[in-house]
Design a protein around this ligand. Structure first.
Ligand SMILES: [Zn+2]
Length: 413
């Protein structure tokens, strides 16, 4: 019996791992010229012998090859979700095998928002990898090799598997668009003194300051709190911050990491502390599709997690102020369930997916009380929930059918 169970487990594991896409990227960066070239090999599921891939418009597509690749075409199209023109590559294969392998070769210039005179950033927001439409957040196993001049160093969301001067290899599992690295002449780093949840910070080209130390300290506190209310079954054991030294935005990544692309970021400011907590929580809230209403499972959950931390840290004034801002915005927002982001401008998307979702989570929290609500957060995080239906099922299981109905009604108004 035990042996049968064991065999079933092996089979289930091998099916699951064979179903996951595999990505191998060879990235060569010329930071001084602000150019790069990439060779992106993808092993993926294909239906009907044909695959579509989107690539950032300014990049020059050199070639698409593969053992079964028959032909490929490439054309520009306007993507209504990103509001941008993208390049779509259509690849046709000789056979209709459900799994195919292909290599996309392309090169381009590094955008101004992702480079300084001695730093080059290849991260999620740079959209530097080709993606299958609507699968931008699909989780893949990857191996990333980065080549740079030997006067440069490279860091990523995790430590290099191997490195020699000018060549770094990283391996892991993350969302397709979140595979990435940062190259700079020099990195300054900080490490938290808390081994239970180690925090590492890498800052490009400039020495770390007192506010960077505060960031690391506060991140440790946030992680400690989140591990008790969200990550009971899937805690954060290590976390990496990448500071490229560019003023743009912050983004949390699935792979226990965040990019803080601000030139000043001071967690003594409740606004920055809220951003920090929001981004850290994306470790759990990253599975909903980014271009449907299911994105509230990422953004509203991360926003409410951030607010929970402000409250837990004793800053009730900021908690109330930030919550009421979102409640006010939610009051005039369209219904969340069935919301089609493509049909609305960005401010309305934000109103629905960030603010309205946050206001509803607060109401759910009020209805259930702390412990049952945290139980739901923990179960949702552990299940890596990707759809609102799955979340509703968890709410029903962890609380009651009545609460599920109540929540469904809230999401529909
Ligand atoms: Zn977010």
């Amino acid at each position: 019996m035990l042996r049968l169970l064991f065999l079933c487990l092996i089979l289930a594991f091998s099916l699951a791992s064979s179903a996951r896409d595999k990505v191998t990227v060879e990235l060569s960066i010329q930071p001084e010229a602000r150019t790069f070239s990439a060779q992106y090999t993808l092993n993926t599921h294909v239906t009907g012998g044909k695959l579509l891939l989107n690539l950032n418009k300014p990049y020059h597509l050199t070639n698409v090859t593969g053992p079964n690749v028959r032909t490929y075409t490439s054309a520009l199209f306007f993507d209504s979700f990103t509001g941008d023109t993208l390049r779509q590559i259509t690849v046709e294969f000789f056979t209709k095998n459900p799994r195919q392998q292909l290599t996309v070769q392309y090169e381009g210039r590094i955008g101004a928002r992702f480079a300084t005179d001695s730093m080059a950033e290849f991260t999620a927001h740079a959209s530097w990898v080709p993606t299958i439409p609507n699968q931008e957040y699909a989780v893949v196993d990857y191996r990333l090799t980065v080549q740079v001049p030997t006067t440069y160093h490279v860091v990523s969301t995790r430590l290099a598997r191997s490195s020699t001067p000018g060549r770094y290899v990283f391996e892991g599992r993350t969302s397709t668009i979140e595979i990435g690295a940062l190259a700079a002449r020099r990195f300054f780093s900080l490490t938290s003194p808390t081994p239970a949840a180690r925090v590492n910070l890498y800052k490009a080209n400039r020495p770390c300051t007192a506010t960077d130390s505060l960031l690391v300290r506060d991140a440790g506190k946030i992680i400690g709190y989140f591990n008790q209310v969200i990550g009971r079954k899937d805690p954060i054991r290590h976390f990496t911050f990448l500071l490229p030294g560019i003023n743009r935005t912050a983004s949390g990544l699935l792979d226990n990491a965040a990019i803080i692309a601000y030139t000043t970021f001071d967690t003594r400011d409740p606004g920055d502390l809220l951003i920090l907590a929001h981004e850290i929580s994306h470790k759990w809230w990253s599975y909903g599709a980014w271009n449907t209403y299911d994105n509230w499972l990422n953004e509203a959950f991360a926003t409410y997690s951030g607010l929970l931390y402000l409250q837990a840290a004793g800053d009730t004034t900021s908690f109330r102020k930030e919550l009421s801002k979102r409640q006010k915005s939610a009051a005039t927002a369209p219904a969340l369930l069935g919301f089609e982001p493509r049909n609305y401008p960005y401010p309305v998307r934000r109103q629905v997916l960030y603010d309205k979702g946050t206001a509803i989570l607060f109401e759910l929290h009020q209805r259930l009380g702390d412990e049952p609500f945290f139980q739901i957060l923990t179960a949702t995080a552990a299940a890596r929930v990707a759809t609102t239906d799955e979340f509703l099922r968890i709410v029903e299981r962890e609380s009651s059918p009545a609460t599920r109905q109540w929540l469904q009604a809230k999401l529909s108004q």
